[in-house]
Design a binder for this molecule. Sequence first.
Ligand SMILES: [Zn+2]
Length: 268
Amino acid sequence: MRREGQGLTDDLAVDEAYDHFGTTWDFYFEVFARNSINNAGMSLDGVVHFGEGFDNAFWDGAQMVFGDGSGLRFTRLTRSLSVCAHELSHGVVQFDGPLIYQGESGALNEHIADALGAMVDQWSKKQSAEEADWLIGSEILAPGVTGKALRSMKAPGTAFDDDVLGRDQQPAHMDDFVRTARDHGGVHINSGIPNKAFYEISIALGGFSWERAGRILYTTLGNPQLRPTSTFRQFARLNHRVAGQLYGPAGRESAAVEAGWKAVGIQV
Ligand SMILES: [Zn+2]
């Protein structure tokens, strides 16, 4: 429908996806000097109007796919920059991680996609960690749904509470970790725990989330010691080690990472 450099179409979903992919590409290039999903100039392909009233979006291993929403739960998923950046970031995790999409490593995969989705949104608005809402998908809830967004990194478990959508089940602490066979072992549920840790680290460091907390996270993802089956604790320890390598083991970045994980019940 629209290739790079071509003008507006008369299809909103096409133009939203085009713009949001472009913003996300710019973020990765300007902030992390990364050249696209695979860091080798891969083209950003997306499919819109997938299915019939499909209430989801996903990365299929090679491209991003978006539904139009049923209008009961969600509206067009392309409306949200954080959702588009989240899906694209699953591609980045696939090339740099890769974290297996099951259990804790799957929840880390979801967490990294959320954290990068939030960073892209904040970067596009030039918002500090303090100013940002830390919501994922605040633009896609259908009219009439009681809620703010799909997920809240600042306050996991509070994004929505609705008759149709149900209640946001994300925990914000290891004490409330959800053991379930659904959702690949709760990948979209337990991601609330590392999401909250990232929020705490960003707030403790102040300024823009992508500058230090984001750099530490992105460098952790690219670290060869990250295992595909990493648990939360293994990831947190590597995250802490990377903070020390980047900013010095006695630096406030390292202390903020330790405190952020401690706030969610994980000792590094
Ligand atoms: Zn995801």
